[in-house]
Design a binder for this molecule. Structure first.
Ligand code: PLP
Length: 375
């Protein structure tokens, strides 16, 4: 099938697979073990950390390997709940991934201040500036780019603003890493990301923590691994595989996606692009389709050999609607007709045009079905 759901997950990159197999066969010792052979594994593991750190532009001591973005996002919210005072306000972007939203609700509860949103899905940067200038916030969480719409947040300027006043800033960069240049991420106090969005394996990720000098943000208690920030025997193969994937990413550009949008808009009147006119990830387009529910479009594409998604992967198939689209103020009828399409570096212009054809024949079939069920 033609895969158009890269924001949900990506296939394992060739280099990542080789690295995983090599590490599983040759680097399987526990890097903390006391013999010389284990020290060799430790060297490889720490070199992987240095590689991530250099790409982001931070000291290696700020990089911690995790089981993915969910764990790391939960960890940041729980940490803030512990170290910030009971009257602190934490600004959270309402279109964050559930791993931020639900963790913020659970750990910070009344201390959450939902940041105001523009109708295009970006946080209202001026309102955020005012909240920061007025000293109303003790910390801030705004993702780099949204998983459902691809809308890019003004995270670079938020990072700089926060750095000026030493306000802790967390940026969930799960959809950014592997698609966009990493420069600037080092300005954020916390960065979280997961490998499987950029050709690495599932269940591995990395995070950037604040430079030394603050109370450690301990994700898991136990052994002294990851400088005491996250206990547990290191997933050496997972980490080496993730870093191989990171070293081999090819950043794409939006031309093919935009050609698809132009062609589809010409042939299917009434289709709407969410976040049109604002900066979005080059690989993502979220469409409000005419007439039929997301799930019917998805099934029809699936029959034609195309894999697409609705809102977020985890809400597909359930009747609950995407919290991202709700936060953006989309009415529930429109939110129920959203198709999320996301490509990868391997996707060609021909694939995009084939998708237009599949959508057009799907539309005819759905209309015919609807007509015959009426008669
Ligand atoms: N944050 C964002 C923006 C995501 O798109 C995802 C992907 O599902 C996650 C966090 C969670 O990543 P994981 O499921 O690998 O922990």
């Amino acid at each position: 099938p033609r895969y158009f759901d890269y924001n949900a997950t990506t296939p394992l990159a060739g280099a990542a697979k080789l690295a995983w197999v090599e590490a599983t066969e040759a680097q399987w010792l526990n890097p903390s073990s006391p013999y010389r052979q284990a020290a060799g594994v430790r060297v490889r593991y720490e070199a992987a950390r240095t590689s991530v750190a250099q790409r982001i532009g931070v000291d290696a001591g700020r990089v911690v390997f995790t089981s993915g973005a969910t764990e790391a996002n939960n960890g940041v919210m729980r940490y803030w709940a512990e170290v910030l005072g009971p009257n602190a306000r934490v600004g959270i972007n309402p279109t964050e991934h559930p791993s931020v939203i639900e963790a913020a609700k659970a750990f910070l509860a009344e201390r959450v201040l939902w940041l105001p949103l523009l109708s295009d899905g970006r946080v209202d940067e001026h309102a955020v500036q005012r909240l920061i200038a007025d000293g109303d916030l003790a910390a801030l969480s705004v993702m780099a780019a949204n998983n459902e719409t691809g809308v890019i947040q003004p995270w670079q300027s938020i990072a700089r603003l926060c750095a000026e006043v030493h306000l802790p800033y967390h940026c969930d960069a799960s959809q950014w890493v592997g698609k966009m240049p990493l420069s600037g991420l080092g300005d954020c106090t916390y960065v979280t990301a997961c490998a499987h969005k950029f050709g690495g394996p599932k269940g591995v990720g990395f995070m950037v923590l604040p430079a030394a000098g603050v109370e450690p943000c301990r994700l898991l208690y136990g052994g002294a691994q990851e400088a005491g920030q996250r206990a547990g025997t290191e997933d050496v193969a997972g980490v080496l595989s993730m870093v191989a994937a990171l070293e081999h990413v090819t950043l794409g550009e939006p031309a093919a996606r935009d050609a698809f949008i132009a062609e589809l808009s010409r042939r299917l009147p009434g289709v709407q692009v969410i976040g049109e006119g604002v900066e979005r990830l080059w690989n993502t387009v979220s469409l409000i389709m005419p007439e039929f529910q997301s799930v019917r479009w998805i099934r029809s594409l699936e029959r034609a050999g195309f894999l697409c998604s609705a809102g977020s992967a985890c809400s597909t198939g359930k009747s609950t609607q995407s919290s991202v689209l709700r936060a953006m103020g989309l009415d529930s009828a429109s939110a129920g007709r959203v198709l999320r399409i996301s490509s990868g570096a391997e996707t060609t212009l021909a694939d995009w045009y084939a998708l237009v054809e599949a959508l057009m024949s799907g539309y005819q079939a759905l209309k015919a079905e609807a007509a015959s069920s009426r008669s």
